[in-house]
Write a protein that binds this ligand. Structure first.
Ligand code: NAG
Length: 858
């Protein structure tokens, strides 16, 4: 490197006769490239490190946990209401707990309770919906000191799985880890201070019902002071603490001091709680209905196969189980012996800023300290900038003017990059080549990243050539250091003011550059922009750079897989491209000044543009297929297929129309475009239209996500005849004293049903027997969505709704649809559904079941 630099320098000196650093443009490019490769390598290494666990004798035995995992997944898919879930898994868990109890030390008492709760609640999630559950299952195990305990810490996992999947990572592995923790704790002769309640909940995938049943109804729930929830958003890998609280800073400190390999970041919490990831966990239920603080952990790696048939036990490394086990055992033991647990209300105030340093350890400090730190760093930046403003008036004014202009060029470069790249992303989406980076992530970097950088450099090069033609380059270097400093300082101060804890990232981007500036000041002043200066500068900047790269890595690890199930409406290329532009802007912020120091940026612009154009051509020609059937690393396309009967009844009870077919949803933006070549009849001639007169478009949604999946397909097929058909009837219609009408209904059918309601013009739904009594409308589509599920056996579901009619409508008061989902057993699949699913290519995950949709008007 040094040699190349010198040689290039000599050549250039010979050619142009200048000897300064800026002439060695080849050398600085090489240094910059090596620098980025080193940073990327470092980030990569820190991820590798995470998966390995230390050897030696262990309290927590991962092989034993693995055996539990394999036995649970061997039972098969475990949908709520199926014998697999309600009987076989429950029996298996009870047997294991019995066996553990037999071996347990005399220091503890183990009690077991199988709870079968029935209840209802509304949740402001996916626009808002109401849930009703009947006779679902919780296996609750309490480990406490012989003398009993007043307070408890709760550990939660769920053993049910999404239909057609084995749910190894989501969430059988967590239940296996909990069984093994129970085993380890019960064998120890050290008594605990508090109880540990292990909740193996049997209905999480039916939108968090079992945790609600436990926390609102179980007689042990009142003793719970804190909880640890074990979830999955991926398969295997490491578990990330992605939310804690609310408040209760002592929990974060407990996790940090007790977990052997802590891993978590407040930024994940702030992103998750902003709601941009359409997901919720039992954390929400414990927080909102139990008023209990806790820690939410999830496996985040390989989200591509989360909720697919590829979520199998063999894809989870034993090391990964060991890691999770060591961490959670440590935390539970710590909490169960902590003085703070019993008096948690005394410690509940305050927030913590926490983040891990390359997965090695977690830094945490009170949010108040964080705010002071952030304001101090802002003050230092103001001090630095203030020195320039406190010059003679004329020079100060000139400086401010130049700073404003430079800021303008910078913002211009951001917009140019963003607009240019989004334009490309839209084009790629329109021609049907979106998601080209889904399997090969580097495609997005070479396509959007290079173009974004080229754009950024180009705008500054133009500014340099036309506007700054006669400006001293030292001055330019100064100004273009101050611009990002001002930007990051403003961001830091305003985010801190708004109480955003993620502001610590901005603090890094102010503190380290200032420090770098201080260190390199002398070199620059005395010798100018030498290679030594350049290297020192990069080294100083390496901390913010490597940390931001690391964070981006985690963000991409979580977000890219979500693009495979983000629906048909939001072009994922737009999101990924925007992300990449923002990251390019962040990472290059303090490097822009070198554009002004370098003699020429032609080569770099040409190189970047060439790479981008080549990538663009390749992407447009369809070289990069989004999905992969690679057995070791599948990236399947997700498709839902529902063999469906629909019946629409009129106000007088007549069957107005009916049809049947297979209703198909591709969960990503690509729709059926890649499927049609394999199954020609799945083409746009069979696209469904929204039935505007029916709630939720007259289609049997399992979740209220019709706004995400506007494009779907409906292939005609013969009617289905489930063995356990739905029975639905109006039991009574009563005029109420205040002039309202109360309708009471009864439905009996399979384990999963949904109720959609749309009051007609002139009528309002103002009371019902569901949720907290006040109907919750879905804010996105304006209809009411009630999710119902029941365990193995349940009485018919009775509910009532009460409508106020202000204006008599000839078309009735309300349209009601009752939907069924046959998610397991003989009724789940029809021969036609089987035949169609068999024709799907091996890079897909087609998940099928039978549904019905019956609509009535009252
Ligand atoms: C599109 O689908 C329809 C019905 O499924 C079928 O009749 C037609 O042949 C298909 N078109 C093509 C071009 O395959």
């Amino acid at each position: 490197m040094e040699r190349t630099g010198r040689r290039l320098g000599r050549e250039e000196a010979a050619a142009g006769g200048c000897g300064s650093w800026r002439c060695r443009s080849g050398a600085w490019r090489v240094v910059l490239l090596l620098y980025w490769l080193a940073l990327r390598g470092l980030v990569h290494l820190s991820f590798q490190r995470l998966v390995q666990s230390a050897r030696g004798p262990k309290e927590f035995s991962a092989p034993r946990a693995r055996a539990y995992l394999e036995n649970i997944t061997a039972i098969g898919p475990r949908a709520v209401g199926s014998p697999e879930n309600e009987v076989f898994t429950v029996n298996y868990l009870l047997e294991q707990v019995k066996a553990i109890e037999r071996e347990s030390s005399r220091a503890h008492n183990i009690s077991v309770d199988v709870q079968r709760p029935t209840g209802t609640f509304s949740l402001d999630f996916l626009g808002g919906f109401t849930s009703y559950y009947d006779n679902i299952t919780n296996v609750v195990v309490k480990l406490e000191p012989r003398s009993g305990a007043e307070h408890a810490v709760l550990s939660n996992c769920h053993f049910d799985s999404v239909t057609n999947t084995l749910g190894a990572s989501d969430d059988a592995v967590s239940c296996s880890v909990m069984l093994e923790i129970l085993h380890a704790l019960s064998k120890s002769s050290e008594p605990l201070k508090h109880a540990v309640i292990f909740l193996f909940n049997g209905a999480e995938e039916s939108i968090l019902q079992a945790s609600h049943g436990f926390i609102t109804q179980h007689h042990w729930a009142k003793s719970v002071r804190a909880f640890v929830n074990l979830e999955a958003a991926g398969v295997g890998g490491k578990e990330l603490v992605f939310q804690t609280g609310p408040e209760n800073p002592w929990l974060v400190y407990a996790y940090i001091s007790a977990a052997k390999h802590p891993f978590g970041c407040i930024m994940a919490q702030e992103v998750f709680q902003s709601g941009i990831i359409p997901a919720e966990t039992d954390f929400r239920i414990y927080r909102d209905f139990g008023n209990i603080p806790g820690i939410d952990l999830a496996f985040i790696e390989n989200g591509y196969i989360y909720h697919t048939k590829f979520d199998t036990a063999d894809r989870i490394l034993t090391d990964s189980i060991q890691r999770a086990g060591d961490n959670i055992l440590g935390v539970l033991k710590y909490l169960a012996t902590s003085d703070k647990l019993a008096r948690s209300h005394e410690y509940r105030h305050g927030n913590v800023v926490f983040f891990d340093i390359f997965g090695m350890f977690v830094l945490a400090y009170p949010a108040r300290v964080g705010a002071i730190l952030n304001y101090t760093i802002t003050a230092l930046a103001i001090l630095y900038l203030g020195k320039k403003i406190l010059q003679p008036r004329k020079r100060a004014l000139m400086y401010i003017k130049e700073l404003a202009i430079a800021f303008g060029f910078t913002v211009l470069s951001w917009f140019a990059a963003l607009l240019g790249i989004l334009f490309v992303a839209i084009f790629i989406s329109l021609i049907g080549r979106s998601l080209s980076w889904y399997t090969h992530f580097y495609v997005s970097v070479f396509l959007y990243g290079t173009a974004a950088l080229a754009k950024l450099i180009l705008v500054h090069t133009l500014a340099k050539t036309f506007y700054y033609k006669h400006t001293n380059e030292q001055f330019l270097a100064e100004i273009f250091f101050d611009v990002p400093l001002v930007f990051w300082s403003i961001s830091l101060a305003s985010l801190t003011y708004l109480g955003v804890s993620s502001a610590f990232v901005c603090a890094i981007w102010v503190a380290f550059p200032l420090l770098t500036k201080l260190i390199t000041y002398k070199e620059l002043k005395e010798k100018g922009a030498t290679m030594k200066f350049f290297t020192m500068y990069l080294l100083g900047m390496s901390i913010p750079h490597v940390y931001s790269l690391y964070l981006n890595w985690i963000i991409f690890e979580m977000f890219v897989p979500i693009m495979g199930r983000s629906g048909s409406e939001i072009p994922p290329d737009l999101i990924v491209a925007a992300f990449i532009v923002v990251i390019s802007i962040i990472l290059s912020s303090y490097l822009v000044k070198f554009i002004y120091l370098a003699r020429s940026t032609k080569t770099i612009i040409i190189t970047l543009t060439t790479v981008s154009v080549i990538m663009f051509t390749l992407v447009c020609s369809g070289v990069f297929f989004p999905y992969s059937s690679d057995a070791a690393n599948p990236r399947p396309k997700r498709i839902f297929l529902q063999h469906l009967n629909r019946r629409f009844h009129s106000l007088d009870g007549h069957l107005e129309k009916s049809d049947s077919g297979i209703w198909i949803n591709g969960l990503d933006y690509a729709g059926m475009s890649h499927i049609t070549p394999h199954i020609p009849e799945l083409n746009d001639s069979i696209r469904t239209k929204c039935d505007e007169d029916s709630p939720l478009c007259g289609l049997p949604w399992i979740l209220p996500v019709d706004y995400l999946l506007r494009k779907n397909w409906y292939l005609p097929a013969p009617a289905i005849a489930p063995k356990e058909p739905i029975r639905f009837q109006l039991l009574s219609k009563k005029q109420m004293p205040q002039g309202s009408t109360k309708l009471t209904f009864e439905a009996s059918g399979p384990s999963h049903m949904s109720l959609f309601l749309r009051p007609h013009q002139g009528s309002t739904l103002f009371r019902w027997s569901l949720g907290d009594g006040t109907p919750m409308v879905n804010a996105i589509d304006g209809d009411y969505f009630v999710f119902y599920s029941h365990g193995l056996l349940a009485l018919p579901w009775q509910f009532w709704i009460e409508l106020k009619v202000s204006d008599e409508n000839t078309r009735g008061m309300v349209t009601l649809a009752i939907v069924t989902h046959y998610l397991f057993g003989d009724d789940q699949k029809s021969p036609q559904l089987h035949a169609l699913i068999d024709r799907f290519p091996n890079w897909t995950f087609p998940s099928g079941w039978v549904s019905t949709y019956d609509q009535f008007v009252f």
